[in-house]
Design a protein around this ligand. Structure first.
Ligand code: ADE
Length: 384
């Protein structure tokens, strides 16, 4: 994904951030080495002159090639597309920027793609960043002042913004204004700097972790849901065409069924299957070829990989299927608790293999059977 990073200007004032505060900051007792009048304007200028640059990180050319560019190429998420179509038409006819948009849901469902599509539809630029990359006030200020009228600023993992960054965003989102306090103590001055109207698109896998003041500033809040097999089949057929790969309808469906409702996984599996079919000279990719290839890559018929199965097996073998707490599961499997919660569990719950209960996670009888275990009587009598 493309990451926007703030590049330092040269020459740099000495620790510029520490003498420039935002209206929301409580910090009042920092002693600067420079005389205030000298440093204030230079520091403010330096902060506002921070240049935003884009770097492509980890994005590969194939991925870009198959990313849909316009709303009518985007398959699935029917309700979201309808909502956005209306918002785009209304904003265009009023010649305004789009309302701020919050997209939430499991990873890989197309939040970044949707943000790029919105920019294409609105004929504006899209700057992409992620909350952990916004470390200092200068980072978010640099991004905001660099936006042109109507531009989209996409912030991934928006629930991870620092409090200070969030508070800079409040007036920016509400009134397209930056409130900057220069200096401190009695001589400090607050300056309001106008911004060009822009659209913030926030993406998160944990909408419940957003603070309510931030959440309330989004005009549109939309969930992305897992894709159906027929939607993923169409996505795979479209991607295969763009990659010049020969795949049959049942081949695409076989890959789709193992893609955990997620286009990012579907496209990844398609590339693995394409490698297999090319090396083994088995073309076109039909259901049999796709199945063989994905067995080789340890992706089972429902799309569970080694980690999914390990989570379920550990719960069954060590905790009699649960209930087991998230931290217990993380310790027992060596996986990161957040990754279990955000990446693995949503799909296991979606296919009915796991439930979250007030006492912890429980494997359902369907989950026991899928791993080849007989569910205990108590599990059956609980009708999980
Ligand atoms: N590639 C990834 N996601 C897609 C989608 N929703 N529609 C079409 N192609 C895609």
């Amino acid at each position: 994904m493309a990451i926007i990073s703030s590049k330092k200007q040269s020459p740099q004032p000495e620790r510029p951030d520490e003498n420039i505060f935002f209206a929301s900051e409580k910090k009042t007792s920092y002693k600067t080495k420079k005389s205030q009048s000298q440093s204030e304007s230079a520091e403010l200028d330096a902060l506002l002159a921070v240049e935003a640059t884009t770097e492509e990180k980890g994005s590969n050319q194939n991925e870009e090639k198959i990313r849909p560019q316009r709303l009518d190429e985007y398959i699935g998420q029917k309700d979201l597309k309808e909502v956005l179509n209306i918002a785009i038409s209304a904003a265009k006819s009023r010649k305004e920027s789009l309302d701020h948009l919050l997209l939430y849901g499991p990873p890989g469902l197309g939040k970044t793609t949707m943000s790029l599509i919105l920019a294409a539809e609105m004929e504006v630029n899209c700057k992409i960043t992620t909350a952990p990359a916004i470390e200092k006030p200068r980072d978010i200020v640099g991004l905001l002042v660099g936006l042109q009228k109507g531009d989209i600023l996409f912030i991934d993992e928006i629930h991870r913004l620092s409090k200070m960054t969030e508070e800079i965003l409040y007036p920016a989102m509400e009134d397209f204004r930056l409130d900057i306090t220069v200096g401190q103590g009695k001589t400090s001055k607050t300056r309001s700097i106008p911004l060009k109207p822009f659209t913030l698109v926030g993406a998160t896998t944990r909408v419940g972790s957003l603070t309510s003041p931030l959440r309330d500033r989004f005009g549109i809040i939309q969930r992305l849901r897992f894709y159906e097999v027929d939607e993923l089949s169409l996505i795979i057929i479209r991607a295969a065409k763009l990659l010049n790969t020969d795949i049959t309808e049942d081949g695409a469906e076989e890959v789709a069924r193992r893609s955990r409702g997620t286009p990012r996984i579907a496209n990844r599996l398609l590339r693995r299957v394409r490698d297999y079919s090319e090396v083994k000279k088995l073309t076109p990719i039909n259901a049999e070829v796709a199945g063989e290839a994905l067995e080789l890559f340890n992706v089972d018929p429902l799309g569970l990989d080694w980690t999914d199965r390990n989570l379920l097996r550990t719960m069954i073998e060590n905790y009699n299927g649960g209930p087991a707490g998230l931290e217990t599961m993380a310790a027992a499997t060596g996986e990161d608790a957040q990754t279990i919660e955000e990446v693995y569990e949503p799909y296991l719950m979606q296919i009915g293999f796991m439930q979250r209960t007030p006492r912890g996670r429980v494997v359902t009888s369907a989950g026991w059977r899928h791993l080849g275990f007989s569910p205990p009587d108590e599990q059956l009598s609980l009708k999980l």
